[in-house]
Each structure stands twice: as structure tokens, then as C-alpha cells.
Design a protein. Structure first.
Length: 116
């Protein structure tokens, strides 16, 4: 199974982007989906996640600005990012945890650059 992330790009501060993540095939027993990001010289961090039950969790720095959601088609996951800031600049990765072993599936990353 491969995850394909898209939607990144260059945007001015205050702008919006919507990231999408689609699986190459259906994934069974999804436990949680999430978006992570990694800025240059920094560790990868969790941005937003959603459990199979719909419970969401957001990093404090994006709460109120970002929204994670899921679609039905090929286990699609989305990240709506509003009021973007230069510090949101990073490569964003989608993640799916599935099965009782919480197997990790990762997308290839999509670059988001926010200019001031």
C-alpha cells in the first residue's frame, strides 16, 4: 500500500492550502490517520490526527487553524490549513496506522512553503 500526498505549494502568510492523501488501495482496520511535518533541522512532529472513532487531536501551534478530515474514496485524508504562518513551512507527511499491531503507512511528503 502506498500513500500519495499532494496539495503542497508556495503560499503567502495568511493564505490557505488543502493537503490530500490517498491510498493506492483500500486499507483495512484503520485505527488512526494523521499528518506530520518536518521543518529543516527539526524533528518530525505530529500536526493533526483522527482516530477511527472520529476523535481529533491537534498540535497547539495549529489548533484553530488546521482541520483534519477523512473521505470515503481510497481512505482519503485531508488537512485544511488556514491562516498559514511562515513557521508552518515544512514537508508534510500523511500517516495511517492500521491493524492490531498499528502498522504505519507513510506518504512521500509534500512541501509547504509560507512566505512572509
Amino acid at each position: 500500500v502506498q500513500l500519495q500526498a499532494s496539495g503542497g505549494g508556495l503560499v503567502q502568510a495568511g493564505g490557505s492550502l488543502r493537503l490530500s492523501c490517498v491510498a493506492s488501495e483500500s486499507i483495512s482496520s484503520i485505527r488512526a490517520v494523521g499528518w506530520y511535518r518536518q521543518a529543516p533541522g527539526k524533528q518530525r512532529e505530529l500536526v493533526a490526527s483522527m482516530t477511527s472513532g472520529g476523535t481529533t487531536n491537534y498540535a497547539g501551534s495549529v489548533k484553530g487553524r488546521f482541520t483534519i478530515s477523512r473521505g470515503n474514496a481510497k481512505n482519503a485524508t485531508y488537512l485544511q490549513m488556514n491562516s498559514l504562518k511562515p513557521e508552518d513551512t515544512a514537508v508534510y507527511y500523511c500517516n495511517v496506522k492500521a491493524g492490531w499491531l498499528l502498522n504505519d503507512y507513510w506518504g512521500q511528503g509534500t512541501l509547504v512553503t509560507v512566505s512572509s
